[in-house]
Write a new protein. Structure first.
Length: 168
C-alpha cells in the first residue's frame, strides 16, 4: 500500500512537471493517487498469495493495473502489458520475450515521436527520462501476475508448452 501511495504521488508530481498547462484538480489528483494505492495494495497481495503457492487466484489482482490506464494513462497500457508479459513469463523463449519488449518500447516511440515541439528542450528531455524510469517500474510491477506460480514450477529440464511447440 505504501509503495502504491508513493507511486501515485510521484507520478502526479511528474505530470505536474511535464505539463504545458500545470493546472490540476483535486478530483484528478485523488483518482491518480487512489488508483495507484489500490493497484500497489492488490499487487502486494498478489506477491504474498504467490509466495504461499496456493492456487492462481492471485493473478486476478493484476487486472487492477488497468485502472492506471484511464485518460492520458492509456498511452502506457500497451507497453505495461506487453512488457509485463515479457518480464513475467520467464520460461518463454528468449526471442519471444525480446520481441515483446521491442514492441512495448516501440509503442512509446510512436506515441511520443512528435511531442518534443510542445516543451522547452530541457524540460522535455528530463521529463522523458523520468517517464522512462516510471514506465519501467510500472511495467516491472505489472509483470507480477505473469510470474510462474510457486505451486506449478516444473522440474528443471521440463519443456514449457511454447518450447514444445517450437521443437515440433
Amino acid at each position: 500500500m505504501v509503495l502504491g501511495l508513493t507511486w501515485g504521488v510521484v507520478i502526479r508530481l511528474w505530470m505536474r512537471y511535464i505539463s504545458t498547462d500545470p493546472e490540476f484538480t483535486w478530483a484528478g489528483t485523488g483518482y491518480i493517487v487512489g488508483a495507484a494505492t489500490l493497484v500497489g495494495t492488490l499487487l502486494g497481495v498478489a506477491v504474498y498469495r504467490r509466495s504461499l503457492g496456493k492456487g492462481n487466484w492471485w493473478r486476478l489482482n493484476g487486472l487492477a493495473v488497468l485502472a492506471l490506464g484511464v485518460a492520458a494513462g492509456g498511452v502506457m497500457i500497451p507497453t505495461v502489458l506487453l512488457g509485463g508479459l515479457a518480464i513475467g513469463r520467464r520460461r518463454w523463449p528468449t526471442w519471444l520475450r525480446a520481441s515483446l519488449l521491442v514492441l512495448a518500447i516501440g509503442v512509446q516511440v510512436v506515441f511520443f515521436a512528435g511531442a518534443s515541439g510542445d516543451f522547452p528542450r530541457g524540460r522535455f528531455a528530463t521529463g522523458m527520462a523520468a517517464y522512462a524510469v516510471l514506465l519501467g517500474l510500472e511495467t516491472w510491477a505489472a509483470s507480477i501476475p505473469f510470474l510462474p506460480s510457486r505451486s506449478a514450477v516444473p522440474a528443471a529440464g521440463t519443456p514449457t508448452p511454447l518450447a514444445a511447440d517450437a521443437s515440433a
